[in-house]
Design a protein around this ligand. Structure first.
Ligand code: FAD
Length: 465
């Protein structure tokens, strides 16, 4: 219409950053509108965290059904109906996106479908196919997220796919080349190799999963190799040729040119912030060289009523970081003193075994000048891990030598994604290894590994010598 709409807080983007920010702002009494050009829930719910974990679970079910002979369980005629897998995955996504819609409405947040573009420091134009309208706001939270990077020599097609394409495949590929051994590439490699795909991973660097300790990434590599995955590090993907029903990928592997044939090539070489098509230059919002929006400890940009959260600002591009920042920004707008504290953001890879870290790694702690104790406890010494027949892995607890303060943890092992929460809490609340060691953990549980690692830190472990 012709008249501008007036709101207190306008949120652009409804991923885990935006929808959480909108709900918190509404809880704090603001009149809130959220704009989404795609589907509620953003990347995370629609084409990221959730559907990838669903495919990973399906892969586990299939793989375990076929490979539990050690435990005396054999199954005949195990098969995958991939249409059904996709249908089930879709139903999980739909429940969650529907849930987000219900939560937004329940909090009286107005949902507007369309693409937002800044007209001024206090207004946006929202466009959809049919119409365009203006919204004036007191404050705005930008949460437009990120998109897969497209390499010039790997333009996306039906067979040259990004993570979104990989999650939407209609068949389990016989062969797939994965370019990029980051967590997204490795998680999808795991999912498909568990479902029977022969995967070749081409990684440019010296190690897959850069950012994780080599001891951890090696465990993942070993397990994937057992599944028939081939790894090539220092491999530079150069180009792709599409054949009648597949692809031929050319790569320079340690200086030597090689060709890999497959049904699909999945390119997961990083993501770029969605900050280019918002009109940010016009209103003078400062950006970094990488196109990230610069923010302060309250997620405020240099334009004082405009905030930015999630994948478009510095820091790890993770859903829980986006949500955390969303709450901070909404609270800052309401005049609260909330500030970002990145001390304990967990990072998880849903690989086999799972990897999870929080706080300092051993090396980071040393680099930061801490005198530390690095206490390790293996999953193989835990009764629950043995009874699950899943004993690859370890926990490493990093504590400050002078007082035992927990400052970091690394876990490689089954359920590392859940176990890391206890260590995040320990760091956030300033616990020492002794506090954890004195906490009674249920037996038999993987949680006991945390207690025992803490006992190693203070020199009193029972189950290892
Ligand atoms: P997004 O979730 O990207 O949402 C941004 C939204 O803004 C989108 O819906 C977009 O349509 C909308 N938008 C953009 N521009 C406009 C505009 N101009 N107007 C209106 N709307 C707009 N993270 C984890 O923590 N754990 C995981 O296990 C995990 N797995 C992942 C797996 C995959 C395959 C991928 C790709 C990512 C994964 N991530 C995971 C990362 C996670 O998805 C992101 O960190 C998270 O979604 C970022 O949230 P966000 O709110 O910043 O933005």
């Amino acid at each position: 219409g012709d008249f501008a709409n007036e709101v207190d807080t306008l949120v652009i983007g409804s991923g885990p950053g935006g929808y959480v920010a909108a709900i918190r702002a509404a809880q704090l009494g603001q009149k809130v509108t959220i704009v989404e050009k795609g589907t509620l829930g953003g990347v995370c719910l629609n084409v990221g965290c959730i559907p990838s974990k669903a495919l990973i679970s399906a892969g586990h079910r299939y793989h375990n059904a076929k490979h539990s002979e050690d435990m005396g369980v054999t199954a005949e005629g195990v098969s995958i109906n991939f249409d059904k897998v996709q249908e089930w995955k879709g139903s999980v996504v739909k429940k969650l996106t529907g849930g987000v819609e219900g939560l937004l409405k329940g909090n009286k947040v107005e949902i507007v479908q369309g693409e937002a573009y800044f007209a001024s420091e206090n207004s946006v134009r929202i466009m959809d196919e049919k119409s365009s309208q203006t919204y004036n706001f007191k404050n705005c939270i930008i949460a437009t997220g990120s998109s897969p990077i497209e390499l010039p020599s790997f333009k996306y097609t039906e067979r040259v796919i990004n993570s979104t394409g990989a999650l939407a495949l209609k068949e389990v590929p016989k062969k797939m080349v994965v370019i990029g051994g980051g967590y997204i590439g490795i998680e999808l490699t795991g999912a498909y190799s568990n479902m029977g795909t022969e995967v070749v991973v081409l990684e440019g660097g010296k190690q897959i999963l850069p950012g994780f300790e080599k001891q951890m990434s090696k465990l993942v590599e070993k397990r994937l190799k057992k599944n028939g995955v081939a790894f090539h590090t220092e491999a530079l993907a150069k180009g792709v040729e599409e054949t009648e029903n597949g692809v031929k990928v050319t790569a320079e592997v340690k200086g030597k040119e090689e060709v890999f044939e497959a049904d699909y090539v999945l390119v997961t070489v990083g993501r770029k912030p969605n900050t280019e098509e918002l009109g940010l230059e016009q209103i003078g919002v400062e950006m970094t060289e990488r196109g990230l929006i610069k923010t302060d400890k309250q997620c405020r940009t240099n334009v004082s009523n405009i905030y930015a959260i999630g994948d478009i600002i510095e820091g790890p591009a993770l859903a829980h970081k986006a949500s955390y920042e969303g709450k901070i920004a909404a609270e800052a707008i309401a005049g609260e003193k909330s500030e970002i504290d990145y001390l304990a953001i967990p990072a998880v890879v849903f690989s086999d075994p799972e990897l999870a870290t929080v706080g300092y790694s051993e090396q980071e702690a040393k680099d930061a000048g801490y005198d530390i104790v690095a206490a390790k406890f293996p999953f193989a010494a835990n009764g629950r891990a043995l009874s699950l027949n899943d004993t690859d892995g370890f926990m490493k607890l990093i504590t400050r030598k002078e007082d035992g303060l927990v400052i970091g943890a690394q876990i490689a092992g089954p359920n590392a994604s859940d176990m890391i929460a206890e260590l995040g809490l320990a760091i956030e609340t300033g616990m020492t290894a002794e506090d954890i060691a004195l906490t009674i953990h249920a037996h038999p549980s993987l949680g006991e590994i945390t207690m025992e690692a803490a006992e190693v830190a203070i020199g009193t472990p029972i189950h290892i010598v």
